[in-house]
Design a protein around this ligand. Structure first.
Ligand code: NOJ
Length: 583
């Protein structure tokens, strides 16, 4: 007890932390409040901009047509100046790359096509020099079927690795249920001749599921995490979380989840690196996130808000905000330490699986009307710019991304409005090389042929859309995005504050108010393609002037005692209450 009091005392004086929570406590009692509020500001993941990229398509330094670590190092200044705080690096370990690297064959290595372990370390060093953190994909639900563990497991029942995977002697009754890639995948249990048994795979057949019931597997995964944390990563984007923790022998379509497994993984990370984050990929219904964030605040720090994302696209498609507002409200109540990660597009299809069929059809109609734009019976395999098709709505979408409650995640290339290549299979449509300039291969590579084809035709070809041209144009999307990122960082209220949706009585205009440490923001977005007028009651902002943070304008209470807002089509306005500076 004495020790504990002494420790508490020292920690208050010198500000060090006693424990090392990945996630600290959830809402606390009044007596704990000030301690908890103090810690909150150290939760770096709440006020950062995350940028997702794949090495393959970012920058090729050695002319073999595939991007690599040295290429990425060359472009770090670009990311730095754009305002990126955190790079989320897609899988870079050795892999047959049948699923964009999400099929790993050695967890501890670096795929030689991207460079050596030395190149990886150089990259980490260069990122750190610029104050950038790196999080990496942790893909442990499954391995590649080429992984030596699986190869050995197949050989015999007595193999040490047999029990590292999930087997069934008989064909399970739901062998063709619960597919993640319907239309492409035929089954979730496949017979392996060598093994003489069926193995489980929620994803493609070349991705056998690891058996998380096996403590040896758990220990090995801890080693993998420990290894990469030692190498300097700031955390992980945890792939396929619900599948990692599901009981593979339970009902495929309504599986049992073992949250204790997740807790153990996170506890380990917390012990190894106190401020490491876990950004979870778990596309769940509202209410289910509680278990993932951890009821006691001891779960994942960040989770993608898939639910809000799908309803946001519904709002963008229809101009109606009602469902989106409901989705925000439905996902509002999360523990204090937790944070949603907001995104527009990612490296997969735009998943619309949580919309009703009618809603999904409306989004298809607006953004992916042709059959070849749709994928897996639930989504759209297109980039943001061609889907929205106009600069005004693109800006609206980005302004929302930066002003919604949570942490924004950007997909490489979206900051310049890159397009897609629908001739490529499945999700590869949105994985084409970064368009750096109008030089051959978009300035991405000096190879005679690149591994992934560059977009060289049409409105979105690299001749039209590239970084070099946009850098020189003050009105480009690139410069606009950089400006908005800067603004977002000057508005910590968004990442850290409490928020309320203001009642405007408009089907098209969304207004969110943030409160943080006596400072307030009001962000207004018009989803309609027509101009809109809305009013906000004066008491919402105590009658103080509202200072527009994007244009040199102010808004004051009118004679009727309300603030009046005129929004152009797809217009967006950010205001700070009382003055331009934060209190
Ligand atoms: C989710 C990833 O986002 C996706 O790209 C991948 O195919 C699956 N997990 C399997 O790892």
């Amino acid at each position: 007890m004495k020790k504990l009091i002494a420790c508490l005392f020292l920690s208050l004086i010198f500000g060090f932390r006693i424990s090392e929570p990945v996630i600290a406590q959830s809402k606390t009692t009044t007596s704990e409040q000030s301690f908890s509020t103090g810690l909150q500001e150290n939760r770096w993941y709440k006020n950062v901009v995350i940028y997702n990229l794949e090495l393959d398509t970012f920058k090729d330094s050695d002319g073999n047509g595939i991007g690599d670590f040295q290429g990425l190092i060359q472009q770090l200044d670009y990311l730095d100046v754009l305002g990126v705080d955190v790079i989320w690096l897609a899988p870079f370990q050795p892999s047959p790359r049948q699923d964009n690297g999400y099929d790993i064959s050695d967890y501890y290595g670096v795929n030689p096509i991207y460079g050596t372990s030395g190149d990886f370390s150089e990259f980490m060093h260069e990122a750190e020099k610029r104050g950038m953190r790196v999080i990496m994909d942790l893909v442990v639900n499954h391995t590649s079927d080429q992984h030596p563990w699986f190869q050995e497991a197949r050989q015999s029942m007595n193999s040490k690795y047999r029990s590292w995977y999930v087997w069934s002697e008989e064909r399970p009754k739901d062998w063709n249920k619960g597919m993640v890639f319907p239309g492409v995948q035929q089954e979730t249990w496949t017979f392996d001749k060598k093994a003489g048994a069926y193995y489980s795979h929620r994803f493609y057949r070349f991705q056998p599921d690891l058996n998380f019931s096996n403590t040896e597997v758990q220990t090995e995964v801890q080693k993998v995490m420990g290894h990469w944390l030692r190498s300097g990563v700031a955390g992980f984007r945890l792939d396929a979380v619900p599948f990692i923790i599901e009981d593979p022998y339970s009902d495929r379509e309504n599986p049992t989840h073992r949250f204790q497994l997740l807790k153990e993984l996170l506890r380990f990370i917390g012990w190894r690196k106190g401020d490491a984050v876990v950004l979870g990929e778990a596309n769940v219904e509202p209410g289910e996130e509680v278990e993932y964030f951890g009821k006691e605040g001891n779960g994942m720090s960040l989770m993608f808000n898939f639910y809000a994302n799908q309803h946001l696209f519904y709002a963008l498609a229809t101009g109606q905000i009602n469902e989106f507002t409901n989705a925000l409200q439905a996902t509002k109540s999360i523990p204090e330490a937790s944070q949603w990660a907001n995104f527009l597009r990612n490296h997969d299809e735009l998943d619309l699986g949580r919309l009703t069929e009618e809603q999904r059809d409306e989004v298809y109609q607006a953004f992916g009307p042709k059959k070849n734009m749709q994928l897996y019976d639930r989504g759209i395999r297109r980039r943001l710019a061609p889907m929205l098709g106009n600069r005004k709505q693109l800006e609206l979408a980005y302004s929302l991304l930066f002003s919604l409650p949570g942490t924004p995640v950007i997909r490489y290339g979206d900051e310049i409005g890159m397009g897609d290549d629908l001739s490529l299979k499945e999700r590869n449509a949105v994985r084409t090389p970064m368009q750096w300039s109008n030089e051959p291969n978009a300035g991405f590579s000096e190879a005679s042929k690149t591994d992934r084809p560059v977009i060289d035709e049409g409105q979105y070809s690299y001749h039209q859309v590239n970084v070099a041209a946009q850098r020189r144009n003050p009105n480009s999307l690139l410069n606009w995005t950089a400006k908005m990122i800067r603004l977002r960082k000057e508005c910590p209220e968004v990442g850290l504050g409490d928020w309320t949706i203001l009642d405007l009585n408009s089907p098209h205009v969304l207004a969110i108010k943030y409160d943080w440490k006596g400072s307030q923001l009001v962000m207004i977005h018009n989803f309609s393609k027509e101009p809109q007028q809305v009013q906000i009651k004066s008491d919402v902002a105590s009658g103080k002037k509202l200072v527009n943070l994007i244009e040199e304008k102010e808004n004051t209470v009118n004679k009727e005692g309300v603030y009046q807002f005129n929004l152009e089509e797809y217009g967006y306005q950010w205001y700070r209450v009382g003055g331009v500076m934060r209190n």
